[in-house]
Structures are given as C-alpha cells and as structure tokens.
Design a protein around this ligand. Structure first.
Ligand code: NDP
Length: 342
C-alpha cells in the first residue's frame, strides 16, 4: 500500500526487540508504517525518530503518552516494554481509543490479562498478542501437514526452548518486572505452539521446576521447567524450557504414520522443517522447502489488516489469557507435585 493508506503504529518501548527486529521489520510490511514512538529516553527517541523521518510531535514519553488520543496518525500502539508494564500501557492505549498489539507474555497473571482484554473490548479497540510463531510460514506449514492427515493421528508433541541468560541484573530475572522466569518468557512458545498446532485446549497439566541453588540469577524467578500437557484428543505434549542451558529450540510431532521436526523452531529466522512419512510400508524422509519471509512483518501486517477490515486478530487477548491460566496451572502442578486438571 502507499504510505498514506498504511495503518500507523506507535512503538511503545524502544528496547532490544524493538530496535533489532520490530522497527526493521516495518520495512518488510505491506500495510503498516511507524507513525510515533513512546520512550522514557528522549535522546534515543530523538535519534530513532529522526532515522525514521518522524516529526518531534510524534515522539511521546510515558507521561505524555495519553495525548496520543489526539494523534490521528496512530491507529495501533505496539507495546514492547518489560512484561509487568504491558498492562498500564494497554489500558491507556484503549482509553485513548487506539488498537493494541501487545508483546508476549501478555501480562504477569491471568487476572491482569483478563482486565486488559475486558478494557479493550469495552473501549471497542482490537487487542492482539504478538505470538509471532503463529505467523511464521514453517509453523503454518506444519499445522497444515498435521491437519491434512499426512502424519496420521497425532500422538505426541515435544517442544524445547532454552537459552542461557547471562547478566544477573537484567529485568527478566526480576519477578516484579518479568512475572516469572523461563516459563513466561520462552517456555511460553512451547505452550502456545502445542495449542496452535492442535487447535484444542489441554485438560490436564503436570510439571517439574528446578533452579540451581546459589545461582544469583534464580533468586527471584525459576530456571528450568518441564511440563506435560494432556489434550482431549489424547495427544500428549512434553515441553522443556530453561534459562541456564546452552541453546535449543526444536519441535517434534509424532503421528501414527509420520513425524515432523522443526529445527530453530522459535528463532527469529532459519527454521527448517523435516519429515518422515510411511508410504507403501516404507519411510520416506524429506526436507520441506518453505518460503519463510519475516515473521515480525507478517504478524504486524496481520494486525494492520484486521484494523483495515475490522476483523478480530487470530491471536486476540483471550489467547493470552488462556496461556496465563495454563502457566498458573503449570506453577501449581510443580509446587504440589500433582496433576492439575483444567
Ligand atoms: P529490553 O529491556 O531490551 O527493552 C525494554 C524497553 O522497555 C526499554 O528499552 C525501555 O524503552 C522500556 N522500558 C520502560 N520502562 C522500563 C523499565 N522499568 N525497565 C526496563 N525497560 C523499560 O527488553 P526486550 O526488548 O527484550 O523485551 C521487551 C518485551 O518484548 C518483553 O515483553 C519481552 O517478553 C518481549 N520480547 C518478545 C520477543 C519476541 O520474539 N516476540 C523477543 C524479545 C522480547 P525506552 O527506553 O524506550 O523507554
């Protein structure tokens, strides 16, 4: 679309994700443009704003943010601050009459996530949670394969998302700002993926948590979490996340007549999809070719399209609420050592 017809986004919080992925991804969108910045740092906002060709009147700080109500160039606020600060900006954006794209995890509790969803509904604005993998082409190809029946009845999913968090002072390790440790930050990808691929909701959850004693990184939040989800169809999803493991981001789906594996499943780029299926009693293995694109651009364009066509986003606030409900069940299961039924 020509710039004048594109949907205008305000980027709220110019941190690492915004600078390294989101802002550059706007260059690959078809329907969206950056119309404003919201930042606690006037220098950074000035610099980034200038590089994007934004007028100084399009730069807000957190105190002046509510004036965005009077900015017709902004239709969507994309919230990219630490998790515990999402709610305040989402509620204020809704009050200003702006649609909202909110980074994951949506909030720090299901109660907060519900409040955000209700506030947006009441204000008549759209709320989308930025579950980028659901817009990534390999993930959609995997979902299509599973639904086509090519793998036969699905039996199990294994999802792993681990990384090594270095700096013990970062906000991700502060419970008040992050809400939790590896689970809401990166384990969430495994959880959301299983629900996305299967299109059904877990009925039972069991879990184990371990944080190495004495490691200053895990004084407030958890390190490793293993959790198992049982779905009504009988599918079992086994997930593992950790903040102290070298690396690993894979996905494995096992069906009665085939399997699929995605390498680098939750990375920003570089996904690879392999499968093996039974054909005439023989296993045929293949690596699928999928034209990937930029998942951030596809996610942003989805929001822009929903605004233009007045449609509900595919990953609305309710989707974020459900993940928070399930993460609370995972913590409860780990603490009690019992299976939690939903
Ligand atoms: P950063 O710490 O790099 O950036 C967060 C930004 O939020 C800061 O730069 C700052 O921007 C703003 N901010 C406002 N108040 C505070 C505060 N009290 N402390 C720290 N920052 C503050 O974090 P990320 O960019 O890595 O993560 C931001 C959000 O994006 C999180 O919710 C995270 O879960 C999510 N995320 C999602 C990813 C994905 O793949 N979808 C990947 C990485 C993160 P300013 O100075 O402009 O005010």
């Amino acid at each position: 679309l020509p710039p004048a017809e594109r949907v205008g986004f305000a980027i709220a919080g110019i941190g690492r994700l915004a600078l390294e992925e989101v802002i550059p991804a706007f260059g690959e969108t078809r329907m969206a443009k950056i119309a404003a910045l919201v930042s606690g740092s006037p220098e950074k906002a000035g610099q980034v704003g200038q590089s994007l060709g934004l007028a100084p009147s399009s730069l807000y700080d957190y105190a002046s943010f509510d004036r965005i109500a009077d900015d017709p160039a902004v239709q969507v606020v994309y919230v990219i601050t630490p998790n515990a600060l999402h709610k305040d900006l989402v509620l204020r954006a809704a009050r200003a009459g702006k649609h909202v794209l909110c980074e994951k995890p949506m909030a720090v509790s299901s109660a907060e996530a519900r409040e955000m969803t209700e506030a947006c509904a009441k204000a008549g604005v759209k709320l989308m949670v930025a579950y980028r993998s659901q817009f990534q082409k390999h993930h959609r190809a995997l979902q299509d394969m599973m639904r086509s029946g090519a793998l036969g009845a699905i039996r199990g999913i294994e999802a792993v998302n681990v990384q090594n968090q270095g700096d013990p002072r970062q906000w991700r390790l502060r419970k008040a700002l992050a809400g939790g440790g590896s689970l809401p930050d990166i384990g969430l990808y495994c959880l959301n993926e299983a629900r996305f691929l299967l299109g059904e909701e877990p009925v039972a959850v069991s879990a184990r948590i371990h944080s190495p004693p004495g490691d200053p990184r895990f004084a407030e939040v958890e390190d490793s979490v293993a959790f198992t989800l049982q779905f009504p169809s009988g599918v079992i999803a086994n997930c593992f996340t950790s903040y102290s493991a070298f690396k690993g981001q894979h996905l494995l789906v096992n069906g009665a007549e085939g399997w699929m594996r995605m390498d680098k499943a939750f990375a920003y780029r570089g996904q690879q999809l392999h499968h093996g299926v039974l054909q005439d009693g023989q296993e045929v293995q293949r690596t699928l070719t999928v034209a990937a694109g930029n998942q951030f651009a596809d996610e942003i364009d989805h929001m822009a399209q929903c605004v233009r066509e007045n449609r509900k986003p595919r990953t609305p606030g309710e989707e974020g609420v459900q993940d928070h409900v399930l993460m609370e069940a995972i913590y409860e299961a780990a603490a009690s050592g019992r299976t939690v039924t939903l």
